[in-house]
Design a protein around this ligand. Structure first.
Ligand code: URA
Length: 481
């Protein structure tokens, strides 16, 4: 019996060397025993093969590339049989060169099952690693994550995190291995203890707010959600703490959304608006107040967007607000509820306004375009950006709101709002933190759209952009005051 001692559970290189030597030396799978003893180096010590040298002096052989790729994944599975299974396949390939094409072969099937489980574990690791901000003794920032992968995929997934967070010093600690990136070199070391990973930091609240804001109760499918985010990963996900509560409240929140939709203007107002629209040309009508304006928005046929929308969504807030916030267009939830900024972007806006010390209930909140532009993908309504023509014709409503409210400061959220308010495209990064004089005596302040922040994939970039967003809202509020 040949006993192979691999240096570690992920010693794939050691497995390859030993397997090559054993096969070249004609040692059959039944005569081999694969073990991991952690001592390293001496793969075939004490065996006839070891004395002959582990590189194998026998005849050279090649294996299909597909086998190498399969073996690289299977070797990372937690099953104890993996190295023996792989050696058995390698051995059989010598006389069955097309073995891997035989999908009914039990060993081939088993290897593919193990490889699939490893790929899935790598996918979950990419999705569920959450970094916590720390500082080392020198005061330098380092992001540290604790993670327990289903299989030994830490080193396999490390290049993904390096590509994604190239400028961020990070460590991912797992029970199997730890990888450390200092923005120049990646180092892999043995596994760690969960006590070595930090648990809480300032970004946790941010993650939770983000998760709560993207959670749409009307689309809740508990089974699918738990399949995608299995419970074994919840322990290290800051947002997981919210899940039971969000699930429990989903029914109530959906009912509230349905109860809101659609909101209808008073019949008296509708009749007045209809009369005015019969009396003279629509454009010539200056609506007298915000209530009439909201009713008139329901009858708007200035472009085709009304056809697919549930209803028009006019601006809301105090009729004499000093601050006006202009978004792009109602989203899926705003279209159903009939109110601006009540969905995920609205929740992020609310949080940022609160942090900026600018109370939302003292601002007039509206959109450049009053109907939800979208396309159907199955049952989902996917947002589509309004084009310049749609923004231009809808400006009639925004201008009417500006005339009625007469805000001191108008904040444009994102590029579409800036186009509608300034009448020309504005570069957001270069224009923010400045007061831009507008023709109607108001000052314009340019900032990002909250949906842009929600979409940023990189946690670090997201936190930074969110900070700038809060700064811009605070700047606008101080100007308005
Ligand atoms: N995005 C917007 O621009 N406006 C809304 O009302 C909601 C989302």
């Amino acid at each position: 019996m040949e006993v192979v001692r691999l240096a570690s559970e992920t010693d794939v290189a050691g497995w390859r060397r030993a397997a090559r030597a054993l096969r070249a030396g004609g040692v059959a799978p039944e005569q081999t025993l694969w073990t991991v003893d952690g001592s390293g180096g001496d793969l075939l010590a004490g065996s006839a093969m070891g004395e002959g040298g582990p590189t194998g002096a026998g005849q050279a052989f090649t294996v299909p590339r597909a086998f190498i790729e399969l073996a690289d994944l299977v070797a990372l599975h937690r099953s104890d049989e993996r190295f023996a299974l792989l050696y058995s396949l390698l051995w059989r390939l010598g006389h069955e060169p097309r073995l891997l094409e035989d999908a009914s072969d039990p060993q081939v099937q088993r290897a593919h099952r193990l490889a699939k489980a490893v790929s899935l574990a790598a996918h979950k690791m990419k999705a569920f690693v959450r970094f916590r901000q720390t500082r080392d003794e020198a005061g330098d920032e380092r992001y540290v994550a604790w993670f327990e992968p289903a299989h030994r995929v830490t080193e396999l997934t490390a290049p993904f995190f390096v590509a994604r967070f190239a400028n961020m010093a990070f460590s991912i600690l797992t029970p199997d291995a730890c990888v450390h990136w200092d923005t120049e070199a990646l180092v892999a070391l043995p596994g760690a203890d969960p006590a070595e990973a930090p648990r809480e930091d300032a970004l946790e609240d941010y993650w939770r707010a983000y998760y709560a804001s993207i959670f749409n109760p009307a689309r809740l499918k508990v089974g699918a959600m738990q399949k995608e985010m299995p419970k074994r990963y919840w322990r290290n996900l800051p947002e997981a703490r919210l899940i039971p509560e969000l699930i429990a409240k989903a029914e109530g929140r959906t009912a509230a959304m349905v109860a809101h939709a659609p909101s209808t203007p008073a019949r008296r107002v509708v009749r007045q608006v209809e009369r005015k629209m019969r009396d003279a040309s629509f454009e010539a009508q200056a609506m007298n107040n915000l209530e009439e304006l909201a009713a008139a928005v329901q009858m708007c046929r200035r472009c085709d967007l009304w056809r697919d929308a549930t209803q028009g969504v006019a601006g809301e807030g105090p009729g004499r607000a000093k601050l006006m916030l202009v978004g792009e267009q109602p989203g899926d939830q705003e279209d159903l509820a009939g109110h601006p900024f009540v969905g995920p972007a609205g929740q992020m806006l609310d949080k940022a306004l609160a942090e900026a010390g600018a109370p939302r209930d003292q601002a007039f909140v509206t959109n450049a375009v009053k109907h939800f532009k979208h396309e159907l993908r199955g049952k989902r309504r996917l947002h589509k950006t309004p084009n310049t023509g749609e923004v231009t014709v809808c400006r009639w409503w925004l201008d009417a709101e500006r005339r009625l409210v007469r805000p001191r400061v108008i904040v444009t959220l994102g590029a579409t709002a800036a186009l509608a308010v300034f009448g020309k495209p504005m570069a957001i990064g270069a224009s923010r933190q400045k007061a831009h004089q507008l023709a109607d005596q108001a000052q314009g302040v340019v900032t990002y759209h909250p949906s842009y922040l929600l979409r940023l994939p990189d946690a670090d970039a997201k936190a930074k952009a969110y900070g700038l967003f809060v700064e811009d809202l605070a700047f606008a509020w101080s100007l308005a005051a």
